[in-house]
Every structure is written in C-alpha cells, then in structure tokens.
Design a binder for this molecule. Sequence first.
Ligand code: 2HA
Ligand code: ZN
Length: 269
Amino acid sequence: MSILTNRPDLTAQIEQIAEAAGYLWQKGWAERNGGNITVNITEYIDDDIRRLPAISAPTAIGATLGNLRGCWFYCKGTQKRMRDLARHPMENGSVIRILDDCAHYEIVADLPVLPTSELPSHLAVHNYLIGKGSDYKASLHTHPIELVAMSHNPEFLRKDVLTRLLWSMIPETKAFAPRGLGMVPYMLPSSNALAEATIRAIADDYDVVMWEKHGVFAVERDIMSAFDQVDVLNKSANIYMCARSMGFIPDGMTDAQMQEISTVFHLPK
Ligand code: 2HA
Ligand code: ZN
C-alpha cells in the first residue's frame, strides 16, 4: 500500500511534483537522470505516517542541519529519470524523515529508493530557508538549454548582467522572476563548495541561481512555482537567442520600461 492512499493533500503535492518532472523532460532540460527535486512535505505528514517503521537504515547526511529536526521530504531517487518520475513518482523517489540528531535520515515510504548524492546540498538549502523563516518548501535543479548556453559567455557571468538582459526581453520575466538570476561560477557537481556558494547566492536574495556551464538551482513555495521561475527566465534566453540567430542584437526594453514594470507590480528590485 502507498503512503498516498486516502491522503488527498499529500497525494496532490506528489502529483504536482510528478507534473513538474514531466515538464522538465518535455522541455529537454532533464536528459537521462539529470536534475533533482526535493520538497519539504512536513505539513502533510500525519500521526499515522509518523508511526510508520523506516524501510532503510539511518543514513548520514554528512552535516548536522539543526533546523531540519522533525522534517519530512520527498526526494528524487539516485539514477532515476525525471520522465519516469513523472509517471511513477513513488517508484522514482521516496519520502524520508530527518532523525532527531539532525545528522541522519531514513526512508519511510513507499520503496527503498535511495535519494541522489545531491541530497545533502538540497537539505542544506532547506535548512537555510527554515532558519530565515522562509515559507519556501521546494528546491529544483535542472539543465535549461538556453540559460546554460548563455552561461558559456564570460560577459554574462558578471553580477546581474544576465538578469537585466533577460528581464528586458519580455515584460513578464521581471514580473514573474522578480529577483533575477544569481550566478555561481563553475564548481564540481554535488560538491560542498557548490552547495555553500548556492546558499550564499540564495541569501543574496535570488530565487534562481545559475550554475555556470551546468544548470540552475531554484527555490520557491512549491515545485510548480520553482519550475515557473526557471521557465520564464529560460523563455527570455530563448527570445534573445532567436533574435541573435535572425542576425540582430535585440534592443531589449528600456530601463524606463522596466522601472515601470517594477512600480506597477510592486517588485523588490
Ligand atoms: O542529479 O543533474 O548535477 C543529477 C544532476 C547533477
Ligand atoms: Zn545537474
């Protein structure tokens, strides 16, 4: 029996994760096992779930994350494909609980699908978000084609150069990705250094962070909102590339036009 049986609210959350995973595949952003999803589902965990036995041994996270005491997460499984997760989320990911030492987790449901090697860095981000009182529950790593292509140009890696360019391509981008795109220079995937630099960028008030020549890491209230922010930013990157491939450099909206968007939509920057 699945942990989702007779739990419509938890089921809706997992279905939203599966839907987003399907979009990642359809977009071409999730080749093979590329990308990762971790969602804090603690608010949907009832007493009956809390009494369930673990189906894995306690596993060390590799760090002590003090804000995660009592937290539960849905995590994509290691080597699992987003396109499979889209159809069978509980066979390609699992529900874990953080043990009271805040340094170990165990798998509770539905199957002993091991989380990815990136779990410690995703959990470190969630630990940071809880610590600052954020209501963000979802973290997403994916490989959006046009944004990754743009990160191969050193000119775009300077702080907020790409943010301004992307915002200027179409008015919605600033409205729906109002914190822009943070930049993290190339670092080894899954490394502690990459996780720490990502948290610093999120602390610098970005919801979406570019990992140079690799992909993006996004945080939001729920997984669909995280997907939406990446989607609007990548749409702007695509418009830029379409203009360049038609042989001209796009003008972009003017500073005054972008300022007007900020005023009308009450945006932070
Ligand atoms: O989780 O995309 O960067 C698979 C990856 C690693
Ligand atoms: Zn990746």
